[in-house]
Design a protein around this ligand. Structure first.
Ligand code: TRP
Length: 383
């Protein structure tokens, strides 16, 4: 496979086993809300669960990224646990994948700095997500908190997340494609400046079309907490009756014949409902379409609402099991962070070395330097 090749958008199947090269994948989400929504599950988490079977997989909660919009500290901590618990409830298996919290692996922030120093100001200024978010924040600046320097540096931290593990593939939605392209540019630049093998150039693994879930009130926009004031969103941790209500109120496409078939162009509302139906039941889209074709959209909605509710109940039970035992949850995450750091540390050392930073010869893998202060105060005072 060439570096520029993108896996077919129609498939989430992993590439053939005989494919040469590293088979490591990595992805993450920001802990920016109390609950993930159905779009996060179908578009991302569900595919991660599939991918962990065939790849060495790392999934993390991007809490450092969430800092770019200056969240309330208690809320950030709570949402970090909630996001991790929902990954687990979705089926991320810590014995198969490495599940961790970004800030617990300090190498992310360290490599982030190095990559900021390898990114052009103009190139970072072209990131559309930065432009959109900073415009929105600037508009609200009077109310406190305009765009931060961190928001500008966000894509270089994301590049660090990826390059730190020599990741081969990065499963992301279309909205993150530009950040992935920047990551690839940075990786190629490192290899050109500091020698081949400094960084692995990652490939995007873009979700398949039917995994893109749109807002139930506005099928032209993807499901997100900002679209339609949240009315078109199904939250995974909300009482199932809220989901039932949202689905029954979903906008469908005017059609006197109530035709049901998958075509996001001409039937965006119905296609979205079919994608959700298929994802939560495992039934093929064509079978569902045949079942409801011409019968009136009410039948489709009622059965879909039921199917989503049947999915949410056990999902919430699993998530709540983790959330009700934060000691256990934190232990799972700490274990993940240790395993992640064991991969990240030698990669970071390699890159530090290539950049010409003078490295201590004792390394630093949890080994305090001889004669330096330790945090427990045994050897002296820091600083
Ligand atoms: N920027 C991603 C998002 O908002 C989250 C993210 C951070 C990420 N670092 C990453 C995704 C590395 C994939 C790989 O969706």
């Amino acid at each position: 496979m060439s570096d520029s090749e993108v896996l077919p958008v129609t498939s989430v199947l992993p590439p053939p086993i005989e494919m040469a090269g590293p088979r490591r994948i990595l992805s993450g989400m920001q802990p920016t809300s109390d609950s993930l929504h159905l779009g996060n599950y179908i578009g991302a988490a569900r595919q991660w669960v599939e991918l962990q079977q065939n790849f060495e997989a790392l999934f993390f909660v991007a809490d450092l990224h969430a800092l770019t919009v200056n969240p309330d500290p208690a809320l950030l901590r709570e949402r970090t646990r909630r996001t991790a618990a929902q990954y687990l409830a979705a089926g991320i298996d810590p014995s198969k994948s490495i599940l961790f919290v970004q800030s617990q692996v300090p190498q992310h922030a360290e490599l982030g700095w190095l990559l900021q120093c390898q990114t052009g100001f103009g190139e970072a200024s072209r990131m559309t997500q930065f432009k959109d978010k900073s415009a929105r924040l600037a508009a609200g600046e009077a109310a406190g908190g305009g765009p931060t320097v961190g928001l500008f540096a966000y894509p270089m931290l994301m590049a660090a997340d990826i390059l730190l593990y020599d990741s081969a593939y990065v499963p992301v939605g279309e909205d993150q494609r530009q950040h992935l392209e920047l990551t690839r540019d940075i990786a190629e630049r490192l290899n050109a400046r500091f020698g081949a093998g400094t960084a692995v150039v990652p490939k995007p693994y873009i979700q398949k079309e039917t995994a893109k879930i749109q807002d139930l009130q506005n099928p032209a926009a993807k499901m997100s907490k900002s679209s339609s004031g949240g009315r078109g969103v199904v939250w995974l941790l909300e009482p199932p009756k809220a989901a039932i209500k949202a689905i029954k109120a979903a906008v469908t496409d005017a059609d006197p014949d109530y035709r049901v078939f998958y075509d996001p162009e001409t039937k965006p509302g119905i296609s979205n409902l079919l994608s959700i139906f298929s994802a939560v039941t495992g039934l093929p889209i064509a079978d569902i379409a045949a079942e409801y074709d011409g019968r009136g959209y009410g039948y489709l909605k009622v059965d879909l609402a039921q199917a989503v509710s049947s999915f949410l109940i056990p999902f919430q039970e699993r998530a709540n099991m983790y959330l009700s035992d934060p000691v256990q949850l934190d232990a799972i995450l700490a274990d993940g962070a240790a395993r992640a750091a064991a991969i990240a540390e030698p990669v970071l050392e390699r890159i530090y070395d290539r950049f010409g930073l003078l490295r201590p010869n004792y390394g630093r893998l949890n080994v305090p330097a001889p004669g330096l202060a330790t945090l427990d105060g045994g050897a002296g005072i820091v600083g």
